[in-house]
Design a protein around this ligand. Structure first.
Ligand code: ATP
Length: 210
């Protein structure tokens, strides 16, 4: 795919990526995916949006949203194009992407939105709430992820992008911390320190809530 090197100039619509995730914790797989999409699609900004209680993980124990929000702030602080939104964590109830995009559209009526999703999440997209309305709110960019096939949804508003393969998952990071294995270089340094300071993940986070 041709790389777009220039981003928006005066008078053009801002091109804004949206990277939704549980970010429990945020890791370099998320950051590389966002950075690659930003470079390829000439995005002016990528908004990271930590979920409230994700609808797909309703029976899983997820860390407190303020921890996930703050780790995302720490991880993205050094990149001037990366920002973090509280829209999902401040909305009561379960998070659905349709609500995320409706809220961001309201906040950025002029922007062209690009929703970034990994291959695993993209494969599920047809089961997402109000999927028919989703396509009208943003372009969708599916990125490769080791161990997951990129589905071809046959839609013009979905782009597929190969990104450097990082076999990192939040589940794997949590398990490593619980087993006292290092997570240095899997997550940003500040996130390693945040996890240690707040003693996160010392017990396996896969315990059922229900
Ligand atoms: P968990 O292991 O807890 O399910 P996760 O590592 O999948 O978490 P999420 O916060 O659920 O992380 O993912 C947010 C988004 O980032 C999803 O669209 C997911 O597909 C994508 N993503 C996560 N890890 C990677 C990776 N290593 N490479 C590419 N995309 C990724």
């Amino acid at each position: 795919m041709e790389r777009i090197t220039k981003s928006t100039t005066a008078g053009q619509r801002a091109r804004v990526g949206v990277m939704g995730g549980t970010f429990d914790p945020i890791h370099h797989g998320h950051l590389v995916a966002a950075s690659e999409v930003a470079a390829t699609f000439g995005l002016d900004e990528v908004i990271f949006v930590p979920t409230g209680q994700p609808w797909q993980k309703q029976h899983k124990k997820v860390s407190h949203s303020e921890h996930r929000y703050l780790m995302t702030v720490v991880a993205t602080a050094s990149n001037p194009r990366f920002t973090v939104s509280r829209v999902d964590i401040d909305r009561p109830g379960v998070t659905y992407t349709i609500d995320t995009l409706r809220d961001l559209r309201r906040q950025r009526p002029q922007a062209e939105l690009f929703f970034i999703t990994g291959a695993d999440a993209l494969a599920q997209i047809m089961s997402w709430k109000d999927v028919d309305e989703l396509w009208g709110l943003a372009h969708f960019v599916g990125v490769t992820r080791p161990g997951h096939e990129l589905p071809d949804l046959g839609r013009q508003d979905v782009s597929l992008l190969e990104v450097p393969a990082l076999a990192i998952s939040s589940t794997g990071c949590r398990e490593r911390v619980a087993e006292h294995q290092p997570v240095w270089y899997l997550v940003p340094d500040g996130v390693v320190q945040y996890i240690a300071k707040h003693q996160l993940y010392l017990e396996s986070s896969e315990a059922e809530n229900a």
